[in-house]
Design a protein around this ligand. Sequence first.
Ligand SMILES: Cc1cc2nc3c(=O)[nH]c(=O)nc-3n(C[C@H](O)[C@H](O)[C@H](O)COP(=O)(O)OP(=O)(O)OC[C@H]3O[C@@H](n4cnc5c(N)ncnc54)[C@H](O)[C@@H]3O)c2cc1C
Length: 416
Amino acid sequence: MGQTHKIIIIGGGAAGFFAAINAAENAKSSSRVVKIQILEASDSVLKKVRISGGGRCNVTHNIFDVRRFCENYPRGSKELLSAMLRFQARDTVDWFLKRGVKIVAEEDGRMFPNTNDSETIVRCFLNEAERLGVQVLINHNVTSITKLSSGSSSGPFHVNVSNKGSMMADSVMITTGSSQHGYRFAKELGHTITDLAPSLFSFKISNHLLSELSGLSFSHADVQLIVGEKCFKDSGPLLITHWGLSGPAILKISAWAAREMKMADYKARLQVNFLGGEGFESVLAMVRKLKEDNLKAQAINIYPERLTKRFWAKVLSNCRVPEDKRWADLTNKELQNISETLFKTEFIVLGKNRYKDEFVECGGVCLKEINFKKMESKICPGLFFAGEVLDIDGITGGFNFQNAWTGAWIAAQSFL
Ligand SMILES: Cc1cc2nc3c(=O)[nH]c(=O)nc-3n(C[C@H](O)[C@H](O)[C@H](O)COP(=O)(O)OP(=O)(O)OC[C@H]3O[C@@H](n4cnc5c(N)ncnc54)[C@H](O)[C@@H]3O)c2cc1C
């Protein structure tokens, strides 16, 4: 029997658990002796998994074409491609199924455990870690990492833990998510940290068209964000909140424009087509047809199918059309104004807001310094990374967890 290889994983979140479990399983199947410890600073593990996806955990996304999958990462798509060819969304689904957890897709492609409860994922990880002898140490706040001999192809490392002294490891993995600690450790070991900025946030907007409509949603809107000289486009469901706009269309565009929005202090212009997918001419034709077919009806009572009456009332008020005016009496100018409001209303974005949705950090450990075949540092051999600590982030929909699963799985093949 060979010497025990000691692996310390810093951070008991999604990537940390996935790496630990897979590494323990690999060691078991190759009869290698390992000691795997997860050090978690707080008093409980897997906190984000628990609250993710509104308590349902959006585990991954139902796109099994790796190239298409990687298009959903504003940062890291190129580097992730080779990694995902080895462990992708389909492998995630199989991985959980092998452990008795069925992952199912919703119409929009997001995938959840069929229990619709993130606790299923948490339980699966805790059971697997226990079965495979992974040691999970909570209240272990790592304060620094030192590599004892800088030239060696792996450790040993000293991992210093607040009030608990120093622990020795042959391999160390940093899976501290968006915590500042992880970025500091990486920097102290020679890595570059790219500019950090929040991603996946809602927009603060004050506009008559949205007032008193909080909670109202649109199934498919096109959005265009103009930040300084740059223009970003996306589409998807849109939600009116107490303070402005949210929903997948907004979260996605906030991810694409994360760095530019930070530089512009979250001031931008946002153009919305509330009838996403329709061009201006077809919106105008639709409104004209409503008139033609409903000459005697009052304007408030007839409106495009995809809209609600509450929103339609706002559109009429915005275009100064009295609600009780008969469709027959609406002028061409009024039809034009209504169509323009639906097709392209411009809002001033005043700032950012976090809604209930996921929130991730854009920026992190520079990807050029990582060997994606192993998820190992090119600067400090024996040091591994996965998850949000890297300069990789995805749009909303399960892509951020998939980044954690993929990186962690690859690292788990490479520790020994
Ligand atoms: C509200 C919310 C909902 C989300 N929902 C989804 C979703 O449904 N689908 C999706 O794909 N993504 C979702 N995300 C994003 C996703 O949760 C993260 O991308 C993912 O958790 C990153 O995994 P990670 O392992 O890198 O980091 P984390 O899961 O954040 O884990 C990092 C761990 O490291 C620990 N740590 C930090 N510093 C130290 C230290 N010095 N010593 C020891 N431990 C330390 C932290 O306490 C934490 O437990 C959501 C995010 C939020 C905030």
